[in-house]
Design a binder for this molecule. Structure first.
Ligand SMILES: [Zn+2]
Length: 481
């Protein structure tokens, strides 16, 4: 059978005004998570509910079958066949913050930029996908599969939307998500947020004898705010024992000077507070930051502390100081394609008479599965009296480069842009990870600055139209007879 020849860009141009208007209306709904307006059927608040209703209405009007899954997510479907092609996007946005040059929920177009919270993440691309599907539908092209647009509502917070959705709804055979970069992100590391903690009782059970004449006692230790960031501040309070406050401060200053670090110390009544400044970086690239917590612990490991304080400082020093790849934990792994397993210790908290805990963000390639390295990690924690808790775990995403999903999207990309489709792998997480066989496909074009989550978030109108044309052809090519 001969293939119909379609000028996808032209089909988008015909619908350009309509698409822009629909996108602007969508951007005018302030779909930020708000539990104060949550109710049955609106688990994340009334505005997110409105945004979900809005896209479902647009799809219904276009003749698609819609379904609302208790307000957690929804979908719109057309076509026929056993297999299901999915497009996963989200209708929620992060709060707007300050410093905008235009109102953040208006959808104003300035110098070819459509500026609004959600313009590129992810309401613009969501509407591009809807119009892409509309084009395929309106052209009456023969499809051998079903096409389903899936709309999540909690991507920006904790993905309760897709977790709930896929409890009862069908997983697409293949899918893409327009919520990251063009051309194609085919591999993402698995990501775990782990709690490593020791209660006072856990410590006492170890039965470690108190140090003979300690130089100082560790009272508190705190560093970091978020598990997926390298902490840039750390603070410890010590009670002076054998070592005078002045001597402790002098030693600390030597350490800072030698390690070329910035910090300060404050001497109070029998106590010294030490502060240290590091450099923040994203948790997926701990090697680019200076972890204030591990730097301060490294110093404390050189002081003769009380038994528990010493054990804490040595534990952090041994397993996390300069250990971006989990070397001493025995979990290091490298993958030629995806890169190494990385370890970021984002939060530290220690109280002499309370808990000692750390929040650790470990990202791993598919070739080093969690089940393979978790036992080795536990082996190091147990003798030190630490327990492991999984706060969050998303498995890796990996689609074979020869998979029809990738070869099809690559061909669509090359046909429309004239450029080769470079396949990207990342340590961060895209929404594609919620899918079994899924990749991220746009909407940010190579070379464009990423304004997601920032003030004056925008998408170039030109790019919105180009993305729509790419999605239309992609939907057709993936679902055709
Ligand atoms: Zn997003």
């Amino acid at each position: 059978m001969s293939q119909p020849v379609i000028n996808w860009q032209e089909e988008v141009s015909k619908r350009q005004d309509e698409l822009l208007l629909a996108t602007q209306k969508f951007l005018q709904i302030k779909s930020v998570l708000d539990f104060s307006t949550a109710s049955a059927g609106a688990p994340f608040g009334s505005e997110i509910r409105k945004a979900l209703d809005y896209v479902l209405d647009v799809c219904k009007e276009a003749g698609m079958e819609i379904k609302d899954v208790e307000g957690y997510a929804g979908h719109a479907e057309f076509g026929a066949g056993d297999e299901l092609v999915g497009i996963l996007s989200h209708v929620d946005v992060v709060p707007e913050g300050d410093g905008w040059s235009v109102p953040p929920y208006e959808g104003r177009i300035v110098d070819g930029k459509l500026i609004a919270r959600g313009a590129i993440d992810d309401k613009g691309p969501t509407m591009a996908a809807i119009y892409a599907a509309k084009i395929v539908k309106e052209l009456g092209l023969p499809l051998g599969k079903r096409v389903r647009l899936i709309f999540g509502t909690d991507e920006e917070t904790s993905w309760r939307c897709v977790d709930r959705y896929f409890q009862t709804e069908e997983m697409p055979t293949v899918a893409f998500t327009p919520d990251a970069d063009f051309p194609i992100i085919y591999a993402e590391k698995g990501m775990t947020d782990l709690g490593v903690s020791q209660t006072l009782a856990d410590w006492q059970q170890l039965g470690v004898a108190e140090e003979n004449e300690p130089e100082a006692g560790l009272r508190t230790f705190d560093s970091g705010l978020r598990v997926n960031m390298v902490p840039d501040h750390a603070k410890a309070v010590l009670r002076c024992a054998k070592l005078s406050a002045e001597k402790l401060v002098a030693r600390y200053n030597d350490y800072l000077a030698q390690a070329k670090l910035t910090g300060e110390s404050t001497v109070g009544q029998g106590e010294v507070m030490l502060k240290l400044e590091g450099h923040s970086a994203h948790g997926s690239t701990p090697e680019l930051g200076v972890n204030a917590g591990t730097m301060l612990a490294h110093f404390l490991a050189s002081v003769k502390l009380d038994a528990r304080g010493a054990a804490f400082a040595r534990f952090v020093d041994q397993y996390f100081y300069g250990q971006h790849y989990g070397e001493n934990l025995g979990i290091a792994a490298n993958d030629e394609e995806i890169g190494p397993l990385t370890v970021n210790t984002g939060v530290f908290h220690y109280e002499a008479e309370g808990d000692a805990n750390m929040l650790v963000n470990i990202r791993y390639p598919h070739s080093a599965p969690y089940e393979a390295w978790e036992p080795r990690f536990l082996e190091k924690l147990k003798p030190a009296g630490y327990a492991l808790r999984i706060n969050e775990h998303r498995g890796p995403l990996f689609v074979d480069k020869e998979h029809p999903l990738i070869t099809t999207l690559s061909r669509v990309w090359t046909e429309q842009t004239g450029k080769e489709a470079e396949l990207l792998s990342i340590g961060g997480a895209t929404y594609g990870r919620a899918l079994k066989v899924g990749v991220a496909f746009g909407p940010l074009f190579p070379g464009r600055p990423d304004s997601a989550h920032q003030k004056d978030e925008h998408i170039m109108v030109e790019d919105l139209l180009k993305a729509t044309a790419l999605y239309a052809q992609a939907i057709y090519e993936l679902a055709k007879e």
